[in-house]
Design a protein around this ligand. Structure first.
Ligand code: MN
Ligand code: MN
Length: 338
């Protein structure tokens, strides 16, 4: 590739154009990328270094932690705690927000992350990733839990790194979505997918069909119509995909379109949803919206939700604008007739 644009050059120029030239966000992204390159290497080494399998612990969500979940979390914290760009951080893998150690300066951002998304897929060698969300914070303070509980619309930046056949970074700072591929030899991310967009229509849906009997009526209706294909009211055949790795699903939607659903269901009525608002739904929602798609609970725009707790879970329906809008309208009809 001639005239390759590196991630650092891209971010620096984008920040200059938008009048933010302090370099802070550029610096913070470079810290995150450092950790992600380490995680990429770790994931790629696989069982050569004995890191597959479970650790003997559960995280705050009561999920069995994989060894790689814990090591990836350590890499993120270690790469971010000392650089002076952050006032604090929060991780899917830790009960409480992580304070910056006293000896280091505090910056003006908060980082929230899912260090290794899709980690239940690690032992079967499928694509996993790291998701991150960057929020603003008053400079120099020691943030409280409330400082983290900002709606997704307040994000300064969001992204995810995919550890697949290629290692890729997908990023938005609110000016569209761009994709970068890691050159493993040089250790730099280069712009390979500028201006990613999600087509408004699709014939491909992704949902865990094994939960079908627990879905609400609007979801039953939507999927039933998709399944009827050409013979039904949709008048076209649909394809189905399910990888059970959010980053991989979203990357597919960003590259060739589609709709991805992890809806509310009655399986465990005490759970509002499955995906985490702060570490997954908000950053992914920011990216999807910036790519021209929609991200909703089925009833509310994800990015407008007021977070109640740091590990909050929400239903997520995302992707092709016209399909998500259709599902939202099915929920509206159902709620008004109920
Ligand atoms: Mn995850
Ligand atoms: Mn995870």
């Amino acid at each position: 590739m001639a005239n390759k644009i590196s991630l650092s050059q891209f971010i620096t120029e984008q920040q200059r154009q938008s009048g933010h030239s302090s370099g802070d966000l550029t610096g913070l992204l470079s810290d995150i990328v450092t950790a992600c390159k380490q995680i990429s290497h770790l994931v790629n080494q696989g069982d050569l270094i004995g890191t597959w399998g479970s650790a003997d612990s559960e995280n705050v969500q009561g999920e069995v932690q994989k060894k790689l979940d814990i090591i990836s979390n350590d890499y993120m914290v270690d790469a971010l705690k000392w650089t002076g760009h952050l006032a604090g951080m929060a991780s899917e893998e830790e009960d409480d927000p992580i304070a910056i150690p006293d000896e280091y300066p505090r910056g003006k951002y908060l980082a929230l992350f899912d260090p290794l998304d899709g980690s239940s897929n690690i032992d079967v060698n499928l694509t996993v990733g790291t998701i991150f969300s960057i929020l603003h914070c008053d400079q120099g303070i020691n943030p409280t839990l409330e400082d983290f509980l900002q709606p997704g619309t307040e994000q300064a930046c969001a992204g995810f790194v995919l550890y697949g056949p290629s290692t890729m970074l997908i990023l938005t700072t609110g000016h569209g979505v761009d994709g970068f591929t890691l050159d493993q030899e040089i250790g730099e991310f280069y712009l390979t997918h500028p201006g990613m967009t999600i087509p408004q229509d699709t014939q491909e849906f992704a949902i865990n069909m094994s939960n079908q009997r627990f879905w609400e009526p609007p979801m039953q209706q939507y999927i039933a119509e998709c399944m009827q294909g050409k013979d039904g009211i949709r008048g076209k055949d649909f394809n189905m995909r399910w990888i059970a790795s959010l980053v991989a699903e979203v990357y597919r939607v960003l590259t060739r379109g589609g709709i991805f659903m992890y809806p509310y269901d009655y399986k465990d009525p005490s759970k509002e949803g499955r995906l985490r608002l702060m570490y997954e739904a908000n950053p992914i929602g920011f990216i999807v919206e910036q790519a021209g798609g929609r991200c909703s609970t089925g009833r509310k725009r994800i990015m407008k939700l007021n977070p109640k707790e740091i590990h909050q879970r929400v239903p997520v329906i995302l992707g092709a604008k016209n399909e998500v809008d259709r599902l939202i309208s099915y929920h509206q009809e159902y709620d008004t007739c109920k």
